[in-house]
Design a protein around this ligand. Structure first.
Ligand SMILES: NC(=O)C1=CN([C@@H]2O[C@H](COP(=O)(O)OP(=O)(O)OC[C@H]3O[C@@H](n4cnc5c(N)ncnc54)[C@H](OP(=O)(O)O)[C@@H]3O)[C@@H](O)[C@H]2O)C=CC1
Ligand SMILES: O=C([O-])CC(=O)C(=O)O
Length: 261
């Protein structure tokens, strides 16, 4: 039995926790939340313990909390030798953080896994990179509700928007800096491919759609690839596609399955 600690108990953490019930070979034993959320989290945590730090004897950590959790919890866990899987990939746009994660994992002789989250095709981009990539572009399109609480509110009036409107056209690094909760896919695609400074990103607020739509165009020595994902958002967080939870579940299933895919 592998003991798993979740960091974060928001839209992803709660859904993942519910879906993990009954998965053989794995159990979520601890959930790390900010102290002010501890009482509310205990109401939904079942037998898992709600704590403020990752326990030293956990086998595996899954982060679904945000930028701060990477420095506060993931770096020390890796340095102690605990394997970690990360969903807040947008946070890796902070200069130095990818190197810090790599150094902490090396110090602990373990690995940090950057999960594919809301997007598919990360395996293909990372494989194609080996032979050389010419261009990687990413377009993220969400309904106006998906942009609430972000700098998009200074660019357009989300309440009255009547047609698709580009709110950012820049590099993946700039997209992740300005829209950390909406540019995880941009950061993932970049880290698999040409890097944050060489991946072009367009973010669009679109009142005509109800899904989170991710489109990737990749060209290189391998050929070409175009992927469009139309992800249904989680009911608790319109910024987050439901597939993100499933990508973490896939990772966990692969930890214990005799065959991994
Ligand atoms: N890789 C991908 O494709 C995707 C990644 N994500 C990322 O996954 C993460 C979780 O998303 P989601 O569940 O939708 O977000 P939510 O905002 O619903 O939940 C995140 C929770 O983590 C808590 N939290 C923040 N900091 C810490 C910390 N240091 N330690 C423990 N808990 C903390 C938050 O508390 P509080 O509200 O008080 O801050 C909140 O309760 C986000 O970073 C998001 O950007 C999301 C979608 C796709
Ligand atoms: O669709 C999602 O789940 C989240 C998203 O756009 C992103 O963070 O890039």
């Amino acid at each position: 039995m592998q003991n798993v600690t979740l960091i974060g108990f928001g839209a992803i953490g709660r859904t993942l926790f519910q879906r993990m019930a009954g998965v053989p070979g794995l159990r979520i034993t601890h959930i790390v939340v900010p102290p002010e959320h501890a009482a509310a989290a205990r109401e939904h945590a079942g037998d898992a313990q709600v704590v403020s730090a990752v326990p030293v004897d956990t086998d595996l950590v899954v982060e679904c909390a945000g930028h701060q959790a990477l420095t506060e919890h993931v770096l020390p866990a890796l340095a102690r030798g605990t394997e970690c899987a990360v969903l807040s990939i947008g946070a890796l746009s902070e200069p130095g953080l990818p190197e810090q994660l790599a150094e902490a994992a090396a110090q602990g002789s373990t690995q940090v896994h950057l999960l594919s989250g809301a997007i598919g095709g990360v395996d293909a981009i990372a494989a194609a990179r080996i032979a050389g990539l010419d261009s990687v572009t990413y377009t993220g399109r969400k309904p106006p509700t998906g942009w609430r609480g972000t700098p998009a509110e200074d660019v357009v009036n989300l309440d009255t928007l009547s047609e698709p409107t580009v709110i950012l056209e820049n590099t993946a690094r700039e997209a992740a800096r300005l829209y950390p909760k909406n540019a995880n896919v941009a950061a993932t695609v970049s880290l698999a491919g040409l890097g944050l400074d060489h991946t072009q990103v367009r973010l669009i607020a679109d009142p005509t759609v109800t899904e989170n739509i991710h489109h990737i165009d990749v060209r290189g020595a391998f050929g070409e690839m175009q992927i469009t994902m139309r992800g249904k958002p989680l009911p608790d967080n319109p910024k987050t596609s439901a597939l993100t939870v499933l990508s973490a579940l896939r990772f966990l299933h692969n930890r214990v399955g005799a065959v991994t895919i």
